[in-house]
Design a protein around this ligand. Sequence first.
Ligand code: HEC
Ligand code: HEC
Length: 500
Amino acid sequence: MGLGAATLAIAVLGVIVWLTFLITQTRVRRRREPPPQNLGPTFGDEELESHRLNKILVSAFLASAVMAIVMPVYYLNESGRQVAAQEKFDEIAEERGLHWFEKFQCGNCHGIEGGGGGAPFIEARSGLTTTWAAPSLNDITYRFDEDETRYWIVFGRQGTPMPAWGVEGGGPLNSQQVDELLAYIDHLQIPQAEAVAAVDGKVSREMTRLTGADDAVAATASTIEADIAALAAAPGQYEAVSGLPARLMNILSGSITCTTESAAAIDAPCEDESAADTDRDGVSDAAETSLNVLIAEMLDSAPPSESTSMLEGIEFDPNNAFTTTNGSVATPDLIQIDEVVAEFENIERTLRLTIESRESLLATALTGLAFVKDAAENRRFAIDYETIAAAEFEGNLADARRGAALYNAFCARCHTAGYAAGITFTQDAGSGALGPSLRDGRASVQFPDEQAHLDFVIKGSVAGELYGLNGVGRGWMPGFGTVLSESDLRLIVKFERALR
Ligand code: HEC
Ligand code: HEC
């Protein structure tokens, strides 16, 4: 007998013993325990098939019928319900987004409807206050995808007036609030056809900007020169003006010219109330005549300002209780003198403050003027169309001009230093700002193949994706394929390739 057969015999024996054990156990239990209720005797058919059974069957039937009707209706509604809930959700997000847009005044810089605008900015090198162009947001989805736009909102843009708004960037908005802003910005988007139709208007604006550049820079220089001249004249003017408010008080409260009312107007007593007041308006005849002389003296000495233009229209008439300035409503003389007192004090105070900070104001103005003169002389904003046309446009000047204008309209704010700050601050085309410099044929080095250059501009950069020879995308370069035609994009690409 083999080992296998022995093991089998033992196993079979074991099973038999085990089964016997089980069977005897059940028998034992059955004998001891009462049968469970469901196995015991129950209602007979006569008892069951009664009124009660019918009631149960009818209610079961009704319940099934209700389910049979409700389920399909619920099912049919389900897809619509999802869409409606999503719509409602988006609507609420948009509304909240509008709230943030207003609360954080995005519209002050970007335009109320997101159509673009500007922000006051002090340019560091020149110390000049200028307006920094803020891009339109109502076409941003044609440039950036949602994550890219979110990045700018969260982190802002260093070195420009665009602050960081997300908490990660040090701003006030959490990520849900930024999502809501994005929903609102999405709602602001103009149709693509409109964005495309706006291109030619932008191009002609850029052409005008370049044609008028020299005049614009010269005008800035003249404004600063006028400021400097005003600073030079201020001490002399202050000398002439500083005594006038006191003389005005003296006319209103001094003997011979005062009345109780005119003195009270400047919180002073009038010692001698004998002055004649023909028109009985509370300002004596002598005072009215002297006031006219004093105002004329003030206008002679003070630099033109809002205050002097207020004073210009005022002339008192001893026979008329009212003065009518520049066709405005007639004002009682006693009230008019309040105005005169206020403007005299304004003029005196403004000149005093100007003189106090004259040295620093003058230094700032001179730095600014030197900067502007340099801009006027070196004309870095100017574009040498002939060279550009010869390099890439087979001598076609019109194409070179359009290429340059398109570049300025869509690319310069990121690829030309100082462009967004205005013509005076604009450096050489392609000198680089947020985007890399494109000068010295840089674009042709990055993209030896013109078509690859064009494809890149159509698509833009993608965060973490390589491009060209050694470019590493951060998703900061927008794609322009949805707004600019291929022929316009080609002109821009050629223009960039011509930059030396
Ligand atoms: C003080 C002015 C100012 C305010 C306020 C402001 N922005 Fe900006 N924003 C700018 C400027 C300027 C730029 C362009 C910076 C540059 O030249 O690179 C900009 C750029 C952007 C950009 C990138 C757009 C692009 O095409 O380059 C987005 C997006 C943006 N802002 C959204 C917002 C939102 C949303 C708000 C409100 C929460 C806001 N901004 C408030 C001035 C402002
Ligand atoms: C919002 C700013 C912005 C605008 C507008 C912009 N660019 Fe750029 N561009 C960039 C940035 C930033 C890069 C670098 C890639 C990155 O960081 O993702 C870049 C890269 C490039 C490069 C590759 C340069 C290199 O050497 O790596 C080219 C070419 C280019 N841009 C062309 C254009 C053209 C053409 C336009 C206009 C149609 C334009 N850009 C508009 C920001 C901008």
